[in-house]
Ligand binder design. Structure first.
Ligand code: AMP
Ligand code: ZN
Length: 142
């Protein structure tokens, strides 16, 4: 449940203020305090989990519905040209706050943000190796 050192658990508990956009018994959405663009919103499960893989499946589905609602409202309310839905999982992927959260980031034509650089497989076999290693694990999860 609540992690005493977790900033988002503190927001859920009302111990730290937040610019709240949505709340129900499982999910909370509020503005990111350091927005990439104005309106940048975070959607979090109320019960502490560190990342996507630890999240309760039902709550994940619920988050997905709220993300959609927030994204539509951001498009209209912030009058942006697009949006990114993203989630950083584990520090290697840029996660800083270790309480699961989705970002909805409003985007504007020419806002200057760059996408991550794209790489290349060295050949078809290299690509097939990656495909197979993932597919094998998917079979184990069936
Ligand atoms: P991440 O790198 O995915 O872990 O992102 C964490 C996000 O949480 C950052 O974009 C921060 O600006 C945001 N953040 C940290 N503390 C707060 C807070 N008290 N209220 C709102 N957003 C926060
Ligand atoms: Zn937490």
């Amino acid at each position: 449940m609540k992690d005493p050192d977790c900033v988002f658990c503190k927001i859920v508990a009302g111990e730290i203020p937040s610019a709240k956009l949505y709340e129900d018994e499982d999910v909370l959405a509020f503005l990111d305090i350091n927005p990439v663009n104005k309106g940048h919103t975070l959607i979090i499960p109320k019960v502490h989990s560190e990342n996507y893989l630890e999240m309760d499946e039902k709550v994940t589905e619920k988050c997905s519905k709220i993300i959609r609602k927030i994204a539509k409202s951001i498009m209209d309310g912030i009058r942006c040209d697009g949006f990114n839905i993203t989630m950083n999982n584990y520090p290697a992927a840029g996660q800083v706050v270790m309480h699961s959260h989705f970002h909805v980031i409003p985007r504007f034509e020419g806002d200057g943000l760059k996408h991550w650089p794209q790489g290349k497989y060295s050949d078809d076999e290299d690509m097939e190796d990656s495909r197979k290693s993932i597919e094998e694990r998917m079979d184990l999860l069936k």
